[in-house]
Design a protein around this ligand. Sequence first.
Ligand code: URP
Ligand code: ZN
Ligand code: ZN
Length: 448
Amino acid sequence: MIIIRNGTLVTEEGLIRADLALDQGKIAKIGEIPAAEGDEVADAEGCLVYPGFIDGHTHLDLPVAGTVTADDFESGTRGAVAGGTTSIVDFATQYKGDTVLNALETWKKKAEGKAHANYAFHMAVCDWNEETKAQMPALREAGVTSIKVYMAYDTALTDAQILEVLQEVKKFGGVTGCHCENGGLVTELQKEQLKAGHTGTDAHPLSRPAEVEAEAVNRFCYLGRLADAPINIVHLSTKLGLQEILKAKESGQTIYVESCPQYMLFDDSVYSLPDFEGAKYVCSPPLRKQEDVEALKEAVLKGEIDTIATDHCSFRFDTQKCAGKDDFTKIPNGAPGIEHRPAVFMKIFGDQLKPEDYMRLLSTNPAKVFGMYPRKGCLKEGSDADVTVWDPAVKWTISAKNQHQNVDYTPFEGLEVTGRPRYVFVNGELAAKDGEPTERHAGRYVKR
Ligand code: URP
Ligand code: ZN
Ligand code: ZN
């Protein structure tokens, strides 16, 4: 048994001074726990003991844009546990011509035996047809309760297909997420930029303005309303999109909202950095105006955002991002973040949020929205022994030089942060200590 001593537990009932015992992969006991012979004691003096953080939006080992993401399940989850994240929900992706059940098997194989953190899968449905529809109950049986659809990229579905997906997912009580960008508009606006001779990274946000997101958010909300089905707006980046969501919510619709720390830290001025540095921030949706940054932060403080994820989708700067040196549309879209989400998010909000808020946004809500609660997302006897012992006093500087994710840069380079996990337990095993991952690969598939 492992006993976590002297810490302050962060629970839905508030902060509690108690010991926490981990045994056989579960939280065995909360209270005053004397150590017996053979027990290990982890000293959490001065620390906040959180239910392990959950990143509900990652892309590991993803073939995309003629390349494959720099992080696979080994390196991505290595970074995750170093930063305090004990579970991820990654996107298994059904390519055209493939079945969703086969896609799930493909993604399970990518992760099996390699993961430091637990992993569940959303299914990105990219080929909606009779066979896909017929496989939905089996997909649910296999533990997938959340589906993602795209309104952009070559993976986009039509509105009519998205409506059908919503209706099918509703039947099994799942939730459908959507990448809300009007893909047709993006293609046209990209062409316009190139025609005008704008080939650099500063054209990226111009080709995907806020309206492109807001229109898609509005459409997805209406599709959700038509289907009377719960929806999840992923990686919300604009004030305009937020306004659409708030308006739609007035009708009583169930709409979950996810955003990411990068949209609350940076604005689109990074795309004008010299020496192609802007490519490090080329993700979709793009980073926005300061007004959007402020609106999203305010939305977090008002409780209008449910989950904070990363959309971790990493590409090396030296060998992958450079594919778009002469044409910004060829830069693989995405940025790394899986390792730094808790520290960066806490840096942005500091004392404006309480530990219970950090727990809710980084752990409890992702567990609830994605069907893992109370197995995960809370410190309760019987829950999985995924625990992040957070030392709020450690000061350190984020850098590619000290990170564990497999990429040659971090968008957060040089950011001074306060707080780092002292211990991270995954299924009761020590996955990281003082920000350094162990050699354990204790992550398991989370059948939801
Ligand atoms: O640029 C990004 N975010 N790439 C990852 C795929 C997505 O759109 O979520
Ligand atoms: Zn997306
Ligand atoms: Zn994504």
